[in-house]
Design a protein around this ligand. Structure first.
Ligand code: GLA
Length: 379
């Protein structure tokens, strides 16, 4: 998939050239999991895996097609489309158009073709990549100049209120603010961004992404349930969000489950700040490994969003020499990241593959996470 191939696909689908080609990346989160909807801190990076859209303004209705969906074509009217009109993958496209309109921005109908290599359902934010690619394309084609934070809010609105997934704002922010060579340190309360250099290759390191290919089960319901637990815990503690809770406060919660949920959020926020402090102080990135592993334990024991595929991958990676390993993303399947010496990463991936085979599980996929640029125009 290249800008040229997407352009050619557009011509094949619509019979003329697009006005441009835009791209937006998927992500992994280094640390700061299930903190974004608690007004907390996250530290993701944008991946080289990305979604491309070729588009131009049309006379309407909007017509969208996707290479991944065998060229399936979906139509809707930008001026009138509402949630439930457009199910499935095209809802992420229509949802962005709808979010612009809901925000009072003038919208235009589009011809739009989607292509991408962010695996769907792997927890690498293929949905945010699609939303953000559409958002930057639509803004430019409608001659609008919202800043990146505003674009991220619009993309998230599409996900939350059109598609109906109650996610936080991390994925859209990193898809828009990603930078080659760096992490995106985001304070989700203030929406302040700081780029933290993360040149692992220079240190002989690699951040290995292990896609467990575990089937996602009950993700939506479980994610919503965790959000509700966090909101309830904050309410009982009398704080605006768990970002404001202390460990002493958390210990005072009578409900054992809520206590564990809140403890994860409070300790996870502290781990993000520790990692940021260490990286900014120029410490050897190997030193953050134990914090990654501690994050996994907290997500497993306190937040309860791991599954055996994630636990086995994280444990086996650490035993095979990774400096630290943890699940990344929402959980219940998806990916594990392992911080490895570059010359050990092949052995780490191999060890996880063997452990899966011994359990009769499908082989995982593994690739290095290289911090990459956020959404932008390609052609
Ligand atoms: C999913 C959501 C994000 C975030 C993570 C957990 O990826 O889309 O907003 O909540 O889960 O950190």
């Amino acid at each position: 998939m290249t800008p040229g191939s997407v352009l050619a696909e557009f011509v094949a689908a619509f019979g003329h050239e697009p006005a441009g080609v835009w791209a937006a990346p998927g992500r992994v989160n280094l640390i700061g999991e299930h903190t974004d909807y608690n007004d907390g801190f996250v530290l993701p990076l944008a991946l080289p895996l990305r979604t491309l859209v070729a588009a131009r303004v049309s006379g309407g209705p909007s017509t969208v097609a996707s290479v991944q969906e065998d060229g399936e074509t979906v139509r809707f009217d930008a001026a009138t489309v509402v949630p439930a009109d457009v199910p499935g993958w095209a809802g992420y496209v229509a949802g962005v158009v709808w979010a612009f309109r809901e925000a009072g921005l003038p919208v235009v109908d589009l011809e739009l073709l989607v292509d991408g290599n962010v695996p769907v359902g792997a927890g690498l934010s293929s949905s945010a990549a699609l939303e953000c690619a559409v958002a930057v394309a639509l803004a430019e084609l409608a001659a609008l100049t919202p800043d990146r934070t505003e674009l991220a809010r619009l993309a998230r609105r599409a996900e939350n209120d059109f598609v109906g997934a109650p996610t936080g704002g991390m994925d859209q922010m990193v898809s828009l603010y990603g930078e080659a060579g760096g992490l995106v340190f985001l304070d989700t309360r203030t929406e302040e961004i700081e780029h933290i250099p993360f040149d692992l290759a220079a240190q002989g390191l690699e951040l290995l992404v292990i896609d467990t290919r575990a089937p996602h089960a009950l993700v939506d319901g479980q994610y919503g349930a965790r959000r509700a637990d966090c909101a309830r815990a904050a309410e009982l503690l009398g704080v605006p969000a768990l970002r404001d809770a202390t460990l002493d406060g958390v210990d005072s919660l009578a409900d054992e489950r809520l206590r564990r949920r809140a403890r994860h959020v409070v300790t996870e926020n502290a781990r993000v700040l520790d990692v940021v402090g260490m990286l900014k102080a120029g410490e050897d990135p190997r030193e953050i490994g134990p914090l990654l592993t501690a994050s996994h334990a907290s997500l497993r024991d306190d937040f309860e969003v791991t599954v055996p595929h994630l636990d086995v991958a994280a444990d086996v990676a650490a035993a095979a020499g990774a400096h630290g390993a943890r699940m990344t993303g929402g959980g219940f399947g998806g990916c594990v990241i392992a911080l490895c010496d570059a010359d050990r990463s092949g052995a780490v991936a191999e060890a996880v593959t063997e452990a899966y085979a011994a359990r009769g599980w499908d082989s995982p996929a593994a690739f290095p996470a290289v911090p990459s640029a956020g959404a932008h125009r390609l052609a």
